[in-house]
Design a protein around this ligand. Structure first.
Ligand SMILES: NC(=O)c1ccc[n+]([C@@H]2O[C@H](COP(=O)([O-])OP(=O)(O)OC[C@H]3O[C@@H](n4cnc5c(N)ncnc54)[C@H](OP(=O)(O)O)[C@@H]3O)[C@@H](O)[C@H]2O)c1
Length: 228
């Protein structure tokens, strides 16, 4: 079983790659960093997803000769600068959109061009895609766009099941950055500080256990793992 994942340098993606190996997948990964514990265990091509013109080449190099993928996990993402809308310049929105949205378009178009058969795609979305809470600016917009992007592909890719999955709160470097923000000014930060969280390892196991359940939702759906 072949699995393709983006963003394994830290957090959820690193744990998902390890869990995939434990479950017997052959793992193909694109990321900027390869964690030491995954060295020699995954097929890896270094790739900065901000460099959109290079992303297709990275996918082609990584997946040369691969005809079928059981699972694709579009995990890589950045938070961007937390703050009010007017405080964040447009170029910072563009960087978040490039990584969280447009890199995924390039990846999916390249898989199509390469004629790779894909059974299931899970894009890692977020509750922020629907909450649009104060401070989340570009991140919320990017995850809402990711939900729509995946729904659009679901309408075209009839043989592939696609989900935009919110993984719940996971204690990763990204969430730690959120928890450092001003909880008075940004009420969602206070709620996150008080809410239960999973470790990346716990979240990864849950995501793999949930994969069959995701197939029961219409392809292209946004699903919050906390609500199923
Ligand atoms: N933590 C949560 O509570 C939570 C909740 C909802 C959704 N999410 C989503 O979960 C996903 C993983 O985030 P995380 O929480 O695990 O945070 P994280 O530890 O900051 O992980 C971000 C991942 O994205 C990769 N990445 C970032 N910039 C990249 C770039 N320019 N090119 C290629 N890869 C890049 C990183 O790998 P490299 O450093 O190797 O590039 C890293 O593996 C994200 O899509 C995030 O939006 C997280």
């Amino acid at each position: 079983m072949n699995l393709f994942i983006t963003g394994i340098g830290s957090g959820l993606g690193k744990a998902l790659a390890s869990e995939a190996l434990n479950r017997g997948y052959r793992v193909y990964a694109l990321s900027r960093h390869l964690p030491r514990e995954l060295e020699g265990k995954v097929r890896f091509v270094p790739c900065d997803l901000r460099e959109l013109e290079r992303v297709g080449l990275c996918v082609k190099e990584l997946l040369e000769g691969v005809e079928e993928l059981e699972l694709v996990i579009l995990n890589a993402g950045i938070l961007g600068q937390f703050g009010d809308m007017s405080e964040v310049p447009l170029y910072k929105f563009q960087e978040v959109m490039d990584i969280n949205v447009w890199a995924n378009k390039v990846i999916l178009d390249t898989l199509k061009e390469m004629n790779v058969k894909v059974r299931q795609i899970v894009g890692i979305s977020s509750g922020a895609s629907v909450n649009c809470n104060r401070g989340w600016n570009a991140y919320s917009i990017s995850k809402a766009s990711l939900n729509c992007l995946l729904k659009l592909y679901a309408r075209e890719m009839e043989d592939t099941h696609i989900t935009a999955l919110a993984p719940g709160l996971v204690l990763t470097p990204m969430l730690e950055e959120v928890m450092k923000q001003n909880a008075q000014r940004f009420p969602s930060v206070k709620r996150i500080l008080e809410a239960p969280k999973r470790t990346p390892e716990e979240a990864s196991k849950l995501i793999f256990d949930t994969l069959p359940k995701l197939l029961e939702f219409e392809s292209g759906s946004y699903v919050d793992i906390r609500k199923i």
